[in-house]
Write a protein that binds this ligand. Structure first.
Ligand SMILES: [Zn+2]
Length: 390
């Protein structure tokens, strides 16, 4: 059990402060909520603010993260919500609009981490997509860190020619079928590749002056695990062979591009040794299916709506990331949760909740996040020992 202490000193302005107690939040993973909710120092509407110590470094760091990361994504949920509303998806509009209106961070010893939030998990939600990308990156990195002593990695990107919105769902179906046939039945692939991570990405051409304006570009980013001897063995597959194989399984000779590389870092020796270089390469590959800038188009409501519809029908009810072979085995060994439907809050373990010192609550209102509550957690055992010393 923990006890709370209220701290005093004004932090945020008045009218826009949201009483988070009164909002009907759909709080994800409610088990992880602090049990002492009633003890929060929550701003009431019209009150002058919560109070914190002047030298609270955690607040500075959390504010920085909120301004740089959370706020831009949260702002993008508004035009998406408006588009859903125009398209008649009222429930989606409400869910996305309410996404991330509540954020709770915990801190301890100069570190902080997101502890609770109300994320909507909509496929196109900019805030949730960003959290999902973060999660995908984390999981893929963990797996690669475990297996990197035994395997080399290849980054393979498989593309198809651009398609219209109406062609997009069936084209992705074809790609999925081609991938299954390639991985299950192709002897060269099976001889060389010991495991993979695959992610679908779809980009949208919004350049009015381009010949392929308003077309979509679905492609697979994959990371393949191969044996250390791959580059000198008969199993080595050169780029032209990858292209032939992809053309064959897509039944499309017009495909011109298949990108294959060992690592994005130019310096081979550095790349092989440096986890940082590997991380940056993985970050490029392990991203979520869409960028909100591909369907939230500030200069055209109609193009925004048609793009939102196109992405929605192409991506709904579809797995966008998958693991195979040694990637999948390691994922299971590490007991990593479902990458697409799992928790979007606890993506890392920067601060354990049992050693947390402080809780900071933020609410969304008038286009910005505001600190609405600060709670200090006092470990009762420490309190007792302090008393005894006296
Ligand atoms: Zn969301």
């Amino acid at each position: 059990m923990t006890f709370t202490k209220k701290i005093t000193a004004p932090v945020c302005e008045t009218e826009t402060a949201i009483n988070s107690k009164n909002q009907n939040f759909n709080i994800e993973n409610s088990k992880n909520q602090n049990s002492d909710n009633n003890n929060y120092n929550i701003l009431e509407q019209g009150c002058t603010g919560v109070t914190v110590p002047d030298n609270d470094e955690n607040i500075t760091k959390i504010n920085e993260e909120i301004i740089k990361k959370f706020e831009p994504k949260k702002k993008d949920t508004i035009p998406l919500s408006e588009s859903y509303e125009r398209l008649g998806y009222i429930n989606k509009a409400l869910l996305v609009k309410g996404c991330g209106t509540f954020l709770e961070f915990i801190s301890g010893e100069n570190k902080h981490t997101l502890h609770n939030a109300n994320f909507c998990k909509d496929r196109l939600c900019p805030l949730c997509s960003w959290r999902r990308s973060y999660k995908i990156f984390g999981q893929v990195s963990k797996i690669m860190n475990v297996i990197q002593n035994d395997y080399e990695f290849i980054f393979l990107t498989l593309t198809v020619p651009n398609v219209t919105a109406s062609e997009l769902p069936s084209k992705i179906d074809e790609m999925q079928k081609a991938w299954i046939n390639l991985t299950k039945y192709n002897k060269r692939f099976k001889g060389a590749v010991c495991g993979y991570f695959k992610a679908l990405e779809v980009t949208h051409n919004k350049n009015k002056y381009s010949k392929s304006f308003d077309t979509y570009h679905p492609h697979y980013h994959t990371i393949l695990a191969v044996n250390k001897s791959y580059y000198t063995s008969k199993n080595y597959i050169k780029q032209s062979e990858w292209l032939d194989m992809w053309r064959k399984y897509m039944k499309d000779e017009s495909i011109t591009q298949v990108d294959v590389r060992k690592c994005t870092n130019k310096d081979k020796s550095e790349c092989e040794k440096s986890e940082k270089a590997l991380s940056s390469a993985v970050a490029e590959v392990a991203k979520y299916a869409t960028k909100s800038s591909d369907y939230i188009i500030p200069w055209s409501e109609s193009l925004t709506d048609s793009s939102v519809n196109a992405f929605l029908s192409a991506l709904s009810n579809r797995r966008l990331c998958s693991f195979g072979g040694v990637f999948d085995k390691t994922r299971k060994l590490l007991k990593l949760e479902d990458i697409e439907n799992g928790d979007l809050i606890h993506l890392d373990d920067k601060v354990r909740s049992d050693v947390a010192h402080q809780i900071y609550r933020y609410s969304w209102g008038c286009g910005v996040y505001k600190l609405t509550a600060v709670e200090r957690i006092v470990n009762p055992l420490l309190e007792i020992s302090e008393d005894e010393n006296i």
